[in-house]
Design a protein around this ligand. Structure first.
Ligand code: UDX
Length: 436
């Protein structure tokens, strides 16, 4: 099928390449000329495992192309909208500028029978408005939320754990939902749950899923706060409650908290939308979820200061990790980078390293010192802080390696990803999050 994808960021670029990899003819459209040039030349503009090979293969096959010209969408049967919906600068609501611009750009080229499938995360009610706007073209709007995780985006796109299609009652939606089965033919062939709902439900599914995940992480971080007072171990607690199938161990990783381009802004936008709907009380707990999450960043700074005798001022601190999570170069709302910025603000001499995210981090926070090699970050440091659980730190880094680089013997494990016993046995002051 011929498809277009508007927006070629973490979501759209992966979607375009993944759809080409399962046999479709795809054009990706973006207003960013550098991004389009990079994609068209076969260079993934960001780090996402598995994207590079499907990008190259798609371009080589002739089934995948990229352009800044929206006219190139002509002839596509389904047009996906995958642009960003960041937090507004003046508040917590979602900024719909890019979604509206994408729809404006599409409208002149839509033909009767075309399908516009929204994938961006939007405040509930947005899809119904957009449906009205595109109705005069004879195209049909459906909402098809995206659940991909960065780092696993290719797999999550090709093998999602569910497909949700929101359609408008009384529209051409049934036909659209059937056509999208053909688009997602590989996932449909493996009996992936295919859930057809109304537009509002589809929009809500996405924000509800992210609100739940954020709540789960903040729940365990709240337990970490209690554990810190009574000397309990939140990782053992998580293991123990996680054995209950109703609870499950996933997303019970206590530490420096969640970040990224989705969870933080999505829970804020959800709260803002609920307020507008007169139901702010229903999700008032999300404000607490956000507050618990942000407190974890302070906690890392506090335990570090305490371990260093009361202050981080003038201390040399190696910050291992800048990305909001491993397998990503994304630093949007990254707890790791935020911790580095806070330490710098308190007068610490911070050196930040990360296997993938240094360029993005430097652009966002140029005042910090960055080094590519973790040894250079650690050399002569008074303390080492692990804030992104890359395998490079979690599995490969040993107390012996660090002992050769520095006389400092303090390691803060902001992700509870290190072997506490091994570090302590080697003479280090090891401090985890919510652990004695
Ligand atoms: C998330 C959702 O998982 C995905 O379904 C949605 O489409 C987009 O938002 P992503 O932002 O890629 O995906 O990251 P995710 O893997 O969910 O992690 C989010 C944050 O939570 C990261 O900062 C991660 O480090 C943190 N996290 C995750 C924890 O602190 N503890 C955990 O146990 C799990």
């Amino acid at each position: 099928m011929r498809l277009s994808v508007i927006g070629c960021g973490y979501l759209g670029a992966v979607h375009a390449a993944a759809m080409a990899s399962i046999g479709h003819d795809v054009v990706g459209i973006d207003v960013d000329t550098d991004k389009v040039a990079s994609l068209a030349a076969g260079r993934a503009p960001f780090y996402e495992p598995g994207l590079q090979p499907i990008l190259e293969a798609g371009l080589e096959s002739g089934r995948l192309s990229f352009s800044t010209d929206p006219a190139q969408v002509k002839g596509a049967t389904v047009h996906f909208i995958g642009v960003g919906t960041p937090q507004r600068k003046d508040g917590h609501a979602a900024d719909l500028t890019y979604v509206n611009a994408a729809v404006d750009a599409l409208i002149p080229y839509l033909a009767p029978g075309d399908i516009v499938a929204g994938k961006s995360t939007v405040p509930v009610g947005t899809a119904a408005d957009l449906a009205k706007r595109i109705a005069p073209t004879g195209a049909t709007l459906v909402w098809n939320p995206e659940f991909l995780r960065e780092g696993y985006a290719v797999k999550d796109t090709i093998e999602p754990d569910r497909i949700v299609i929101g359609i408008e009652a009384g529209s051409d939606g049934e036909r659209a939902a059937d056509l999208l089965r053909e688009v997602y033919h590989t996932a449909v062939a493996t009996d992936t749950p295919y859930i057809v709902t109304d537009l509002a439900t589809a929009e809500l599914v996405k924000v509800a899923a992210n609100a739940f995940l954020a709540t789960k992480i903040s729940f365990i971080n709240a337990m970490a706060e209690i554990a810190e007072v009574v000397g309990a171990d939140v990782t053992d607690l998580a293991d123990a409650i996680g054995h209950d199938e109703r609870i499950g161990r996933k997303f019970l990783g206590a530490g420096v908290g969640f970040g990224g381009g989705c969870l933080p802004k999505d829970i804020r936008a959800f709260s803002a939308r609920a307020e507008e709907l007169g139901r702010g009380d229903s999700v008032a707990f999300l404000r607490e979820v956000d507050a618990i999450n942000l407190r974890r960043r302070d906690r890392v700074v506090d335990v570090l200061a305490e371990a260093l005798g009361g202050a981080v001022y003038q201390k040399r601190i190696a910050v291992l990790g800048a990305a909001f999570k491993p397998l990503s170069d994304d630093i949007r709302d990254s707890p790791a980078l935020d911790v580095a910025v806070r330490l710098h603000g308190f007068g610490a001499r911070v050196r930040v390293t990360d296997p993938q995210a240094i360029d993005n981090a430097r652009r966002a926070q140029p005042q910090l010192e960055y080094v590519a090699d973790r040894a250079d970050a650690i050399r002569d440091a008074d303390a080492v802080v692990v804030v992104t659980e890359w395998d490079e730190y979690r599995r490969e880094m040993t107390p012996a390696e660090l002992a050769e680089l520095t006389d400092g013997r303090i390691i803060i494990d902001g992700r509870n990803c290190l072997d506490a016993a091994a570090w302590r046995a080697a003479g280090w002051t090891y401090i985890g999050m919510g652990r004695p």
